[in-house]
Ligand binder design. Structure first.
Ligand code: ADP
Ligand code: 5GP
Length: 232
């Protein structure tokens, strides 16, 4: 198994069913490495949850505005998810890239498929729950969704879960059972597929750098990660 040879960090696309812990893991990365990672702030037509800040968690827009901006070609990708429209604008990705940080995208499988067809040379990681029962427990425990929304999200989760098994699509699949182990696994995936040289100058993942893939595989075994070799 070989790590990618390019030293240029790539954007990282994080995919997984709603409630699995993507936001939690991304927040942990940004907390530990504030100078290294930047979040691509998506647009959505869904209503903000308590505590969500416009421009930080999402750009909250109405449907007409979103549809107009999509028609004007402002989006790298967009998708209808859980009865709302979500999308990644070119501006959102550009903003992070210009800051020199590694761009993190939290998007659904449809969006990930579209990004893969774009010019953005990203790495892809799927975050899976230890079980569907635990996913449901987390979704309900978060307390942000109505009963209808929980059911819709669980239904969509089955489609999302099927995607993780499509050969070669994801660079890695991480089972988020214990959150700290999943976080270590995510950092190992980043070392192997995103930030191979540990470069970027800021607070570094360099400890994973030189032997990135070997270390990543060791952590992978401990944290139940499946990792594909190489990259595109
Ligand atoms: P997502 O962004 O994928 O929709 P969140 O990050 O919002 O998911 O996590 C959903 C809920 O699950 C949150 O309440 C979060 O605190 C909790 N959670 C995340 N990871 C774990 C874990 N490994 N074990 C238990 N609960 C978790
Ligand atoms: P939530 O409403 O829980 O914040 O997100 C619901 C789903 O929409 C999640 O799977 C999340 O990854 C996805 N999502 C968030 N932003 C985007 C985006 O810009 N594009 C796409 N395609 N999906 C997104």
């Amino acid at each position: 198994m070989k790590a990618r040879s390019s030293a240029m960090p790539r954007p990282l696309v994080v995919v997984g069913p709603s409630g699995v812990g993507k936001g939690t893991l991304i927040a942990m990365l940004q907390r530990e490495f504030p100078d290294k990672f930047g979040f691509s702030v998506s647009h959505t037509t869904r209503a903000p949850r308590p505590g969500e800040v416009n421009g930080t968690h999402y750009n909250f827009v109405d449907k007409a505005t979103m549809e107009r901006d999509i028609a004007e070609g402002k989006f790298l990708e967009h998708a209808h998810v859980h009865q709302n429209i979500y999308g990644t604008s070119f501006a959102a990705v550009r903003k992070v890239s210009k800051s020199g940080k590694i761009c993190l995208l939290d998007i659904d499988v449809q969006g990930a498929e579209l990004v893969k067809k774009s010019d953005l040379k990203a790495a892809y990681v799927f975050i899976a729950p230890p079980s569907m029962k635990e996913l449901e427990r987390r979704l309900r425990g978060r307390g942000t969704e109505t009963e209808d929304a929980v059911l819709k999200r669980l239904e969509n989760a089955r489609t999302e879960m099927a995607k993780k098994d499509v050969d070669g699509f994801f660079d890695a699949v991480i089972v988020n059972d214990d959150v700290d182990k999943a976080y270590d696994a995510l950092k190992a995936v980043i070392a192997a597929h995103v930030d191979v040289a540990g470069g970027g100058g800021a607070a570094s993942l360099a400890k994973f750098g030189p032997a990135a893939f070997g270390i990543a595989c060791a952590i992978a075994i401990a944290a139940r990660v499946f990792m594909n070799k190489g990259g595109p």
